[in-house]
Ligand binder design. Structure first.
Ligand code: F0G
Length: 457
């Protein structure tokens, strides 16, 4: 078997046919590992360019599976793809001045172009490919909205039944509407994401349901390809920084693995630095990494420190609270893997306020790529790191825009509308007091002269 599962803590291995979301012996997270020396790994990343001429082959068209040789846990003809990963890397010269970067040095990787409108599809195609391989009939997830939308879409296409656990009133309408329309059994749990996550982990083993949250190691294999496409767009040059929002910490974990593997395989000569950006109201990683010094320590994370923090959080019933509902998470399940990624990529963590997030989001919109609030945390974080002098204006920086603008119309309209109702109900409770980049709609009488005056000023 050239692919197998391996615990990141104790190293125990398991066959890929086993459905596991943690190590049965020690509870650690699992990786998918490969015996690379027995696999046809390309000598150079440039070899992937050959796939561009094979667009009629679904696995070559897919922005995930055209990198099949770098996630070869399944034969190519078994991949369940709908053409995900047709995403773009924008050289964001209109946003660069806001961040404090030189023109030509800020890039935005727009994952909102995926079939369900978020980066989750990169992972879901891999997870449902594995689900299919092991004969699963039902799949489930807890979600702040995007995972549920993606699961519902891929399940409906591959013939599985999907069950999604969402915190009641906690997910944006764009995302809820997707889960409902694609036919998922949508359970609105009386609680938040952290509650939904805990419950789905209890229910899945009980009912034999396949779990697709990012504790699923196969899902994270798919998300590695976001980094492969970034490199591809930069003609295989490694950027200086990858800046990514942190929620459940699946992306950051898989990005770290992607670069670590490429380096080990000799396909890149250095890894970029990784910056993970928390929302201030959901800042467990920031608190733990930057304030309490939690580290991976080459595979020996300080368990009493980490467990003590989570215990205090539970004892105090601390809840996440941010307008970036996608990352409104206090108990990230990939915590250990993210620490490992931060070690591999000489990483750091920052937190940004909802005010900083919404201002950055408006700037991204004016630059031509709309995103949802959580995604804008990456740009707000890059700006902060520029102000701190950690990122230089001449560095090459890639911020990941994880989800599409239309996912969360409420946050966008609240920022731009200027209406008191939105100010009182949406913005002020999250500490957003100014809307300096708002593009207010203009009320106009139903009259041509008045309309002309409104246009000409
Ligand atoms: N950005 C968006 C738009 C997301 O939907 C999420 C996560 C993240 C960032 C954070 O990514 O978990 O890999 O650190 N959304 C999950 C969901 C939790 O249920 O849709 P992460």
């Amino acid at each position: 078997m050239t692919a197998y599962q391996k615990c990141i803590l104790c190293g125990e291995t398991h066959d890929i046919s086993e459905v596991l979301t943690s190590c049965p012996s020690c509870g650690g997270l699992l990786d998918v590992e490969y015996e690379w020396d027995k696999l046809p790994v390309p000598k150079s990343l440039k070899e992937f360019e050959k796939k561009w001429s094979e667009r009629s082959v679904p696995t070559s068209f897919s922005g995930v599976w055209r990198f099949h040789e770098l996630l070869p846990f399944v034969p190519k003809d078994k991949c369940k793809t709908i053409g995900e990963g047709q995403t773009v890397l924008q050289q964001a010269d209109k946003v660069a001045p806001y961040v404090g970067m030189n023109a030509g040095n800020l890039y935005l990787q727009y994952e909102g172009l995926n079939p369900s409108g978020s980066f989750k599809d990169n992972g879901m195609t891999a997870a449902l490919t594995h689900a299919n391989l092991v004969g699963a009939k039902r799949a489930a997830c807890a979600s702040t909205g995007n995972t549920s939308a993606s699961l519902a879409l891929y399940a409906s296409l591959t013939g599985l039944k999907s069950v999604v656990f969402v915190g009641s009133g906690k997910i944006a309408y764009g995302k809820l509407s997707q889960a409902l329309d694609y036919g998922a059994l949508t359970l609105q749990i009386d609680g938040d994401f952290d509650d939904a996550m805990a419950r789905v982990r209890e229910v899945c083993p009980k009912l034999g349901i396949y779990l697709v949250n990012s504790v699923n190691p196969f899902r994270l294999e798919g998300q590695k390809t976001i980094m492969f496409r970034v490199l591809e767009s930069l003609r295989w040059q490694v950027p200086d920084w990858i800046v990514v929002p942190g929620g459940n910490l699946g992306n950051s974990s898989s990005f770290g693995k992607a670069f670590h593997e490429l380096k080990e395989l000799g396909l890149i000569d250095r890894v970029p630095r990784l910056a993970v950006i928390n929302a201030h109201g959901a800042n467990t990683l920031y608190e733990m990494y930057e304030k309490n010094g939690a580290r991976w320590n080459g595979g020996n994370p300080d368990r009493p420190l980490i467990e003590g923090y989570f215990k205090r959080m539970n004892d105090e019933n601390r809840r996440a609270h941010t307008i970036a509902s996608a990352i409104e998470i206090n108990r990230p399940v990939n915590f250990d893997k993210c620490l490992r990624a931060l070690e591999w990529c000489n990483g750091l963590v920052r937190e940004v306020t909802d005010q900083q997030i919404l201002d950055a989001k408006a700037q991204i919109g004016q630059g031509g790529l709309g995103c949802e609030p959580a995604s804008a945390a990456s740009v707000a974080g890059a700006k902060l790191l520029r102000e701190e002098g950690v990122i230089a204006p001449s560095d090459r920086v890639v911020c990941i825009l994880t989800g599409h603008l239309l996912k969360d119309p409420t946050a966008t309209v609240a920022y731009h509308s200027g209406q008191k109702k939105y100010h009182d109900e949406v913005l002020a409770p999250r500490g957003v007091t100014t809307t300096q980049f708002a593009n207010n709609p203009v009320p106009v009488p139903n009259d041509v002269d008045a309309i002309v005056r409104a246009i000409e000023g």
